[in-house]
Ligand binder design. Structure first.
Ligand code: AMP
Length: 121
């Protein structure tokens, strides 16, 4: 599987603002934040898309959510609310093919995630 820039962040070959690391995952600030808090939580195991998750990955994928919840509590926005999103492939806007949870918080987040104009198209 081709290396992505997220492997390079895990291996410290390129810098990132890391907020959490453990044996299974890494969390760091998104370089192009879409909310006051925008973190990416990635497994250390390279899995390209949601479609590539295998049954043996259930622990690591579940762990990403536990870390999202821990970070929300540690950073104090667990009660106010937050969103976790994982994009899969082109139409969802996935650009880095190493699965990652976006953790967004710090403002009211719009829902649903498409506009009226897109609905008509
Ligand atoms: P996605 O579009 O779901 O694949 O999300 C990829 C995310 O990675 C985007 O939100 C980018 O802003 C973010 N990103 C790309 N390069 C970096 C980087 N070097 N450090 C932190 N975040 C990055």
């Amino acid at each position: 599987m081709a290396e992505t820039l997220f492997s390079k962040i895990i291996n410290r070959e390129i810098p990132a603002d890391i907020v959490h690391e453990d044996e299974l995952c890494l969390a760091f600030k998104d370089v192009n934040p879409q909310a006051p808090v925008h973190l990416l939580i990635i497994p250390k195991k390279q899995i390209a898309t949601i479609n590539d998750i295998e049954p043996e990955d259930r622990e690591v994928v579940g762990h990403l959510f536990l870390v999202a919840s821990k970070l929300a509590k540690d950073m104090g926005f667990d009660d106010d609310g937050y969103r976790v999103v994982m994009n899969c492939n082109e139409q969802a806007g996935q650009t880095v093919f190493h699965i990652h949870l976006h953790l967004l918080a710090g403002k009211p987040l719009g829902w649903p995630p498409y506009t009226d104009r897109q609905k008509q198209a």
